[in-house]
Design a protein. Sequence first.
Length: 168
Amino acid sequence: MIEGMIGHLGAVRRNHALEHATIAVLLARVGRPVQLLGRASADGFYIVGRVRAEELEAAVAEALARLRRGESYLAISPLCGTNLSLTGILAGLSAFLVARRSGRWDGLPQAVLAAMLATMAAQPLGRLAQRHVTTSADVAGLEVLSVEALRAPVPVYKVRTAWRGPAR
C-alpha cells in the first residue's frame, strides 16, 4: 500500500515538473500574451488556456527533451500553486501568531509586518518545496502517450503520460 502511494506521488511529481516545463516553453514560444493554468495528476497533466493543439504538442516534446538534457530549472515555476499555498499559510499563520500575543488592534501593525515578511520568505521557500517535494525533474523514463483536447467552455487539454523507467 505504501509502495503504491509512493509510486503515485512520484508520478504526480514528474508530471508536475513536465507541466511547469511545458508552460515555460509555451510562454517563451507563443509570442503573445496568454493565460495558462496547469494541474498535474498521476497519469499526466491538464493545460487550460487558449493555445493551439500543435503548439502544445511541440511545447510538451521540447519541455521533455530539455528536462532530460538536465535543464531541471524548468521544473520550478514562480507561478506554481505551491508558492501561492505556502504564501497564504505563512502569511496567515504569522499574522495570527503575532496578533494573538498582543491586543486585537494594538497588534495589527505587527501582524501586517509579519504577514509581509512571510510573503517575502514564501518565494524562496516555495521554490525549495517544489524542488524537493512537489516536482521531480527525473523524467528519463517518462513517455508522453497523447495530447488530447477535451470538450469544455474554455480550451482544456489532457497530456497523458506513462512511466517506462525502472520501478520506483
